[in-house]
Design a binder for this molecule. Sequence first.
Ligand code: HEC
Length: 454
Amino acid sequence: MKPLKYPIQKLLVVLLSLISLIACNRKPIPTFSADIAPIIHSKCSPCHHKNGTAPFELISYNDVSKRAKMIAFVTAKHYMPPWPADQNYSHFLNERVLSDFEIEQIQNWFKNKCPQGDLSVLKYPDFKQNASTLGKPDLVLSFQNIEILNDNKDRFYVVKLPYEMKQERYVRALEFVPGQYQYAHHVNGHYLRFSDESNPFLGRMKTDIESPNYNKEFMEMNLLNSDGSLPFRVHSAVNYLPGAYGIQYPKGIGGFVMGKKGAFVANDFHFGPSRKSLIDSSKIYVYFSDQAPQRPTYEIMMGTNGVSEIIPPLVVQPNTISKHVSKLTIYNDISILTVNPHMHLIGKSFKAYALKPNGDTLKLISIPNWQFRWQYFYTYQTPQKVPKGSTIVLEAIFDNTLKNPNNPFNPPKQISERLDNGGASMRTTDEMLQFIITYMPYQKGDESIDLSKP
Ligand code: HEC
């Protein structure tokens, strides 16, 4: 009677350990090998590894125990792992947060002088440089020799990555893999498909981001079709932020046709300050599909440069805190997959929700303490249905006082979107209020699609 034997044994073990627990009448002391390492390896090491975006490793007992005090502090304060979205408001895939129990385990472990446990049983995660979160790509495109100078200044570039292929292909997913992990802070990458005759390979590879004018940039970088028209574009086709996961929707959802000739444009490629001269050759991983996308995805951009007006206009006077809203009525049933709130340095809080025609509120996202550094693309666990006639509302607060430690000016100056130049400025010291919504037209049953399943 083999199958019976095992559950009985298991039951005995559970009973015995329960009895011993009650007898001792205290919580077991967490050890590194049994309790702490699993938390650190899944929630911290993906950034805190040798080639990771964080400044030091958190993998071995030694790495973690020597910083235990600081780790106990930053986890209790919810400063690490960085995840600005409020979990009491809405939920997303891959939430990089610690549960109350995990935080408590770290506190107990630290208070009890960081016991090791049995280190010999521990398996360490293997983080290789250029590790992808989506697996082996079908095509790898490499940026060539982007310079990071040793002047210790932030750098913003627009960089193009042209390519040529023998045939057009359906693309299912894209992932940006940074070269210089420690310095790559942000990339917003658009895809461009050229009409065949144009030659995207001449002209400038790179431009400083100061100039905000799209058409001019595209012309200077030779990114227009040969007849001078703007090429077919997929906005925000590939984005990057330290610690972000590549987005891959379930099969059949999303994707587009990558033409024989085209280019990726890393718009707003932000490198942090460096004291060393470095060369970056970041990569774009491309994942193809044999099938045309059955459920194409679309994008709505609200606010700055987008389809909905900001009220009052985004001009924040010095020494003031101001609230701005933006509203958009939706005329068809849609299923929202991913959202991306965007503001710059004096952003303080951000909230978005949909008011349904029946009076209900669908909570989309709330970021009570805006963190410029961590602007994720947040994908829901299941598509969020927004029925036609709903109004999507953004509410954002900007703090242009000296109490805001991120205020770029002292004394404070007027900060605005600077729409005067044919489009908003991308300069970090100007402001933006933007909400990018990736959605598909609603179909019955969308609510039960599990977006974590590729
Ligand atoms: C998304 C990437 C990412 C994840 C995940 C992450 N960190 Fe960090 N961590 C950073 C970066 C980057 C810094 C450097 C400071 C900064 O840029 O904010 C940092 C800094 C720190 C610091 C130093 C804080 C200071 O003020 O100097 C500690 C301690 C730390 N992290 C602990 C952790 C722990 C513990 C976890 C997991 C529970 C974790 N981190 C998860 C990216 C990450």
